[in-house]
Design a protein around this ligand. Structure first.
Ligand SMILES: Nc1ncnc2c1ncn2[C@@H]1O[C@H](COP(=O)(O)OP(=O)(O)OP(=O)(O)O)[C@@H](O)[C@H]1O
Ligand SMILES: [Mg+2]
Length: 314
């Protein structure tokens, strides 16, 4: 059954994860600083932010790997400090780095992991065959981990995370560093899982991934939430729809700008925003060179919120 993600449905939907004023300190350093969010059944919820934003730290608290320092957190209505085993049985985790057993084969990695969930031998075999098929790994089932590309390893880690039929699948940067083909395959699989009613929680620093997959997002930086909402709404409510990006060196060539254009400078670039592409077009043709007018996106929103690029610290 398709999941209804209208605000009304979310309002009365089933809350899978709830965090209030969540804090994580590493000694004197506060990596997560008073974060609120809720994830509803069947949605794909994302944390978007640059390196060091606190995305993995947030996730580790959700998947019961790292205890919170302060605030409230519940998963399936359960407290991870009190009921970690129950929560872990009902979630799947794809951590940021692939933690596979390098010494054994693809299928053995799945068999060893399946052993934690008390499945019968027959159930294990069937489940593994179906997951190898789902993640298009059948041809590699006997391969050793060191023979696998980054994309194949990632697909195996996702298959492994699905062994216990999780209600929530948690993915920390599922496609970082992978080529576009694998990225699209993983996106398609995640959409398929969502269609089956699995709730997805993911982190990313790719705005395209956030747009493609996430119903709602937290935009984060330095442990804090900068904004939250549906990807399109986040951009629409704070940004004019069109932008002309220019090298800052051209500022001297710009005449008086039309009042409908708002200019911001970041680093070595100028951003000219407007509700009208025609107005920007006129500015562009007055300059020598080829300049593209594009629609604004999450990357622009992030720049506006922080003055930095989402990938500045990469
Ligand atoms: N175990 C730890 N001990 C001390 N500091 C840590 C620890 N883990 C993370 N941090 C720090 O907390 C901050 C948030 O880290 P975190 O890994 O959550 O960021 P992130 O958003 O996942 O970044 P990335 O995109 O690079 O994965 C960073 O400044 C990081 O250096
Ligand atoms: Mg991380």
């Amino acid at each position: 059954m398709p999941v209804d993600l209208s605000p009304e449905a979310l309002e009365k939907g089933e809350t899978m994860i709830q965090a209030k004023q969540l804090v994580k300190n590493y000694d004197a350093f506060r990596a997560v600083d008073g974060v609120d969010f809720d994830v509803q059944k069947g949605e794909c919820f994302g944390f978007l932010g640059p390196n060091g934003a606190g995305k993995s730290t947030l996730m580790k608290m959700v998947y019961c790997f790292s205890p919170r320092s302060a605030g409230e957190l519940s998963i399936f209505g359960l407290d991870p400090d009190l009921k970690p085993a129950e929560i872990k049985n009902r979630i799947g985790v794809v951590a940021q780095t692939d933690n596979l057993d390098e010494q054994v084969s693809v299928i053995q990695n799945l068999e060893i992991y399946a052993g934690y969930f008390g499945l019968s031998r027959r159930e294990t075999k069937n489940k593994i065959q179906s997951l190898l098929g789902f993640m298009a790994l059948e041809a590699k089932s006997k391969a050793r981990i060191k023979e696998l590309s980054g994309g194949l390893k990632r697909r195996l880690v996702i298959a492994r995370a699905l062994l216990n039929d999780p209600e929530i699948l948690i993915l920390d940067e599922p496609t970082t560093g992978l080529d576009p083909q694998v990225r699209h395959l993983i996106w398609a699989k995640l959409r398929e899982l969502k269609g089956q009613g699995v709730t997805l929680l993911l982190t990313t620093h790719y705005m395209e991934e956030a747009h493609e997959l996430c119903d709602r997002l937290l935009v984060m930086d330095k442990g804090k939430v900068l904004d939250s909402g549906k990807p399109r709404d986040l951009v629409q409510k704070s940004m004019p729809p069109y932008v002309l990006e220019l090298p800052a060196t051209l500022q001297k060539n710009l005449g008086a700008l039309p009042t409908a254009v708002h200019m911001e400078a970041h680093g070595d670039k100028l951003f000219l925003y407007s509700t009208s592409p025609d107005v920007l077009e006129k500015v562009a043709v007055s300059l020598s060179g080829e300049f593209r007018i594009r629609t604004t996106g999450l990357e622009d929103l992030f720049l506006k919120l922080t003055g930095r690029d989402l990938h500045d610290s990469d």
